[in-house]
Design a protein around this ligand. Structure first.
Ligand code: SAM
Ligand code: DTB
Ligand code: SF4
Length: 358
């Protein structure tokens, strides 16, 4: 499809029937037009000066049996990473308290599992209960889940589950051989059916082409319900992984992908995720302008570096950005703890919509 055939005025409608032609045409728009429309749509649904802030913690590190070519935690690659067993619940909660004190509103616990064992899941459920009791939103990323495991996490109070598709189905096969794209979709179904918010996105700069990026976005945007959170990661190149040394992506193509994610999934939070350490402040500001409205905050992602908190606070101040209020009750005891997230979420949405329409 030529860019001329796109109906730019209808952008902003929530749709689930995008075509590859439309997505490719959006990616091919002149840069200023694309960012303009992304910003216009962004303002329809969100306060453009608020960014959601999540902090990550690796609760089980390294020795993962999967062979994801980008990942420093795969047991197959010698990246010099020290493996660590599942952390104790108290230690995780100490980290969550520190993240909250620094301004994070969501705490995301990541584990280098292919799929957690039920015994491990029970410990993670305790962590989720504890983080929820601190008044923070909870997120976990633990690999593949059965439908029953997803229900257990929901019961513990899990607000979000992160499970990325990473790229197009065709490119996926070139970077991971130990599981299929369909395995990922199956877990995402289990998460959705359990009533947990879906956090699903990908990694750019792995040597994929523009069609792969278009197909990744198309798969996300044509899900029956859009992921509430869409992390867009820039590959962090780690020595020892097969993707070390791959040609970096043109930064403008990264911004374009963020902008098209914003246009295809107008109500979702688009997270500027891994890779910010390699981006300057101007590049990050451009991503916010293109509709990114969430970041990982805190000195570490899972095993690699993230910008210092001071630097992020200074950036927010320079850009007039405030952290978005969490969607959980300040007083969790007033409600049935984990079940209050939806109610409070709707309160927040009203406030944001008011701001957007003011
Ligand atoms: N093992 C679980 C899984 O794969 O779903 C959870 C942890 S895994 C590290 C979470 C996500 O981190 C991956 O899906 C991938 O998108 C992202 N990731 C891992 N290594 C990365 C890297 N070097 N650069 C950017 N993103 C990365
Ligand atoms: C996501 O999309 N990115 C985060 C989070 N979800 C779990 C992980 C980034 C990991 C970067 C490499 C590392 O620090 O190990
Ligand atoms: Fe394991 Fe997740 Fe890393 Fe893949 S991305 S090697 S599944 S920790």
């Amino acid at each position: 499809m030529s860019t001329a055939a796109l109906d730019l005025n209808s952008l902003g409608n929530v749709r689930h029937d995008w075509t590859l032609g439309e997505v490719s045409a959006l990616l091919a728009l002149p840069f200023a037009d694309l960012v303009f429309h992304a910003q216009r749509v962004h303002r329809t649904y969100f306060n453009p000066n608020e960014v959601q802030v999540s902090t990550l913690l690796s609760i089980k590190t390294g020795a993962c049996p999967e062979d994801c070519a980008y990942c420093p935690q795969s047991v197959r690659y010698d990246t010099g990473l020290e493996r660590e067993e599942l952390m104790a619940v108290d230690a995780v909660l100490e980290n969550a308290r520190a993240a909250k004190a620094k301004g994070a509103t969501r705490f995301c616990m990541g584990a280098a599992y292919r799929s957690p064992k039920d015994k491990q899941l029970k410990v993670v459920a305790e962590m989720i209960r504890g983080v929820r009791a601190l008044g923070m939103e909870t997120c976990a990323t633990l690999g593949m889940l059965t439908p029953q495991q997803a229900l257990e996490l929901k019961e513990a109070g899990l607000d979000y589950y992160n499970h990325n598709l990473d790229s197009s189905e065709e490119f996926y096969e070139k970077i991971i051989t130990t599981r299929t794209f369909q395995d990922r979709l199956d877990t995402l179904d289990s998460v959705r059916n359990a009533g947990i918010n879906v956090c699903c996105g990908g990694i750019l700069g792995m040597g994929e082409d523009e069609t792969d990026r278009a197909k990744l976005l198309l798969t996300l945007a044509n899900m029956p319900q859009h992921p509430e959170s869409v992390p867009v990661n820039q590959l962090v190149q780690v020595t020892g992984t097969p993707l070390k040394g791959v040609e970096p992506l043109d930064p403008f193509d990264f911004v374009r992908t963020v902008a098209v994610a914003r246009l295809l999934m107008p109500r979702s939070h688009v997270r500027l995720s891994a890779g910010r350490t390699e981006m300057n402040d101007q590049m990050q500001a451009l991503c916010f302008l293109a509709g990114a409205n969430s970041i990982f905050y805190g000195e570490k992602l899972l095993t690699t570096d993230n910008p210092e908190s001071d630097r992020d606070q200074a950036l927010f101040k320079r850009l007039g950005i405030s952290p978005e209020a969490p969607a959980v009750c300040a007083d969790v005891n007033e409600h049935e703890s984990h079940h209050c997230a939806d109610r409070c979420g709707s309160v927040r949405k009203t406030a944001v919509e008011n701001a957007a329409h003011a």
